[in-house]
Design a protein around this ligand. Structure first.
Ligand SMILES: [Zn+2]
Length: 157
């Protein structure tokens, strides 16, 4: 009995390392697809902009949660995550990503393997996503990006 109590009080780490405890202002709230193939380049891009302390969300389809959600709760859930990021980390900027060959949209084959058709579709999705976020947070800066095998295209403008 006594032995169990001692063991309970003791922390047994499976991995050791220090975490920084100071609070921060988020450089951006970033939404990207859980598909990791295109994440490395997005990470490098964000870093190249000098943004620090990203608040990330990795739902399937990325920006899709705001334009063509899988169910009626999904958009509301991620709008809530943005609200938390603003409340906790004073976030002023949202960066939405979607990508080439996204399984959440049925893959590249869904667009007949036509890169122009795929990009045009994502531009439309991004316009819808921006509108959904702006409706709730009119002052928030919302940017949208499409990642293809050769780089990142800004679709906001
Ligand atoms: Zn995807």
């Amino acid at each position: 009995m006594k032995k169990t109590q001692t063991k309970k009080a003791k922390r047994e780490y499976v991995y050791r390392g220090k975490s920084r405890l100071e609070h921060y202002k988020a450089g951006a709230f970033v939404v990207r697809c859980l598909d990791s193939r295109f994440w490395k380049i997005a990470k490098r891009f964000i870093k190249s902009l000098g943004l620090k302390h990203i608040d990330p969300a990795f739902p399937a389809g990325g920006s899709k949660v705001f334009s063509s959600p899988f169910d009626e709760h999904e958009t509301e859930h991620y709008l809530g995550q943005i609200a938390k990021s603003i409340g906790l980390h004073h976030t002023e900027r949202v960066m939405l990503f979607s990508h080439h060959d996204c399984g959440a949209y049925g893959g590249f084959v869904h667009f007949g393997n036509d890169p122009a058709k795929e990009l045009e579709f994502h531009r439309g999705e991004h316009r819808k996503a921006v509108a959904a976020i702006k409706k709730r947070f009119p002052r928030l800066k919302v940017e949208t990006y499409f990642i293809d095998p050769d780089g990142i295209i800004e679709t906001t403008s």
